[in-house]
Design a protein around this ligand. Structure first.
Ligand code: NI
Ligand code: MN
Length: 226
């Protein structure tokens, strides 16, 4: 499974011959100006919740690629009304797609679509197949529910956790989350895009290292293979 970081919480995922993008906000992210939305080729668009910094380019990417949007029932319904294709899920449910299993898991966060429409419950995705199992937490607080992931999903090879604080958990809570999910290989996201979520990379890396954990704070365009 290969991940490419495209800024904020957006990753391109290449696995089992398919391409997925999660939480695309590229054009309105000045840090990601090198990435051309028009050039993105995907089969699926995964959305953890309805906030603008996660869905900004979803419609364009899904339309360009005739891609299937995977998200909660409310968000998928909103895109289906615009003529796009989707697969709606809800918290705790899993479904086997042609690239592997997705479980849509609890996130503690709000969710509203850009036009003010209710965006359903915010969540995260555990993607598992023969290549790897990765948890994308989406925007979330630290929550005890994360302890259910190792009990209900295959062992995690990697977890993508928000670390920017203010709108989500910060790095201290992400270290506790790493214990809850039984995964010491962490990729940070949701940092540096806006002033309130700027982080000191050295402080964060040291805090993880002190707990014998690894965190990658990816540069935009950086590839991570699991
Ligand atoms: Ni959010
Ligand atoms: Mn966000």
């Amino acid at each position: 499974m290969k991940l490419t970081f495209l800024g904020q919480s957006c990753f391109l995922i290449e696995t089992m011959g398919k391409k997925l993008i999660i939480d695309p906000m590229i054009k309105s992210n000045p840090l990601a100006s090198e990435i051309k939305v028009e050039d993105i080729k995907v089969d699926y668009v995964l959305l953890t919740h309805g906030h603008y910094d996660h869905v900004a380019d979803a419609q364009q990417i899904a339309t360009n690629n005739d891609a299937i949007i995977i998200s909660n029932f409310e968000i998928v319904g909103w895109y289906e009304q615009k003529g796009l294709k989707g697969h709606g899920m809800n918290l705790g449910g899993k479904f086997k797609f042609d690239f592997g299993m997705i479980k849509y898991v609890v996130g503690i966060h709000s969710s509203m679509l850009p036009d003010g429409t209710y965006g359903g419950a915010s969540g995260g995705f555990v993607i598992s197949n023969d290549e790897a199992t990765i948890y994308f937490a989406g925007d979330t607080a630290l929550t005890m529910d994360m302890q259910l992931i190792p009990k209900t999903c295959p062992p995690l090879d990697l977890a993508v956790l928000p670390v920017g604080d203010n709108f989500t958990m910060g790095y201290e809570d992400a270290i506790i989350a790493s214990d809850f999910i039984a995964c010491d290989q962490i990729v940070g996201c949701h940092f540096d895009t806006f002033p309130p979520i700027k982080i000191d990379h050295e402080v964060v890396r040291k805090a993880f290292k002190d707990q014998n954990k690894t965190i990658i704070l990816p540069q935009i365009g950086q590839e991570i293979t699991v």
